[in-house]
Design a protein around this ligand. Structure first.
Ligand code: MN
Length: 269
């Protein structure tokens, strides 16, 4: 699956951030498609300040000397540009700055990513051009990889975060549970058995490819369990909403969580 040759690079993070309600980029107007945030607030500074947290940790001797400097207090943002012969994907992600602008060329994926950003409060700009004339597979998978990589970079060393998240979202007759651990160890449990079918032009099997790519690049343990449901659109949408809420929980800063939330002292994977 992720064996195709990829090229990706980090883009300077301070230039852009997800813009609130920015108009989706038009195909053919790719230059400068990642917008500047207009008057965005800096991420909240609730809870322990990084300096105080670090001082407390140092005092108690719990923080290892080799532990990377906590990212707390710094804007949790990252940008990823991923270019291959199949796709060109630009992602700007800002954990604490809600707002989205999504244009992937795959309408159902746009709908799901909008839900992901809207319900997580994680700012997300995605601008993708892919070989959708072949099919949607490369684009869906590579968008998952780029978002996952942006999330991993934005989280930094994960000091002071909750790390775990779980949520069950209903959508009419469907109920879907998603559980995440931002452990640095990619592992997917995917209990979402939909018979092969399409929603509009979207092949529902691609949801698994997206989740596989996302959790691999983000370095997370991701469990998806459909409790029940009939309508595939409802089931998939409830999955993305549960993922959103779970990620919001896992990324949230917990003022009682001093340093990196691991007895091992690292969540680097
Ligand atoms: Mn919908």
């Amino acid at each position: 699956m992720a064996t195709r040759k990829k090229a990706s690079q980090e883009v300077a993070p301070e230039k852009t951030a997800p813009g609130k309600k920015a108009a989706p980029a038009k195909a053919g107007a790719r230059k400068g498609a990642v917008r500047k945030s207009a008057g965005k607030k800096k991420p909240g500074k609730s809870g322990a300040t990084p300096a105080r947290a670090r001082a407390a940790a140092a005092k108690s001797g719990r923080q290892r000397k080799s532990a990377p400097v906590a990212a707390a207090g710094q804007p949790r943002r990252a940008e990823v540009l991923r270019e291959t012969s199949e796709t060109r994907i630009k992602v700007a992600l800002a954990i604490d700055e809600p707002g989205y602008s999504i244009s992937t060329g795959v309408p159902f994926l746009d709908h799901m990513l909008e839900a992901l950003s809207r319900h997580s409060g994680i700012g997300l700009n995605v601008d993708a051009i892919g070989d959708t004339h072949v099919d949607d597979h490369h684009t869906v998978e590579d968008v998952g990889l780029a978002i996952g990589e942006a999330l991993r970079r934005a989280l930094g060393d994960k000091a002071g975060i909750a790390r775990f998240g779980h949520f069950e979202t209903p959508l009419d007759e469907a109920l879907v549970a998603v559980t995440v651990d931002l452990s640095g160890r990619p592992y997917l449990v995917y209990n979402l058995s939909l018979k092969p079918q399409r929603i509009g032009s979207f092949d529902v099997g691609l949801v698994e490819d997206f989740m596989q790519a996302l959790m691999t690049a983000a370095g997370m343990n991701l469990h998806i369990n459909v409790r029940y449901g009939r309508n595939p659109h409802h089931i998939i949408e409830a999955t993305f909403k549960s993922l959103a809420k779970s990620l919001a929980m896992a990324c949230a800063r917990d003022s009682r969580m001093v340093g990196i939330p691991s007895t091992k002292g690292s969540l680097a994977g």
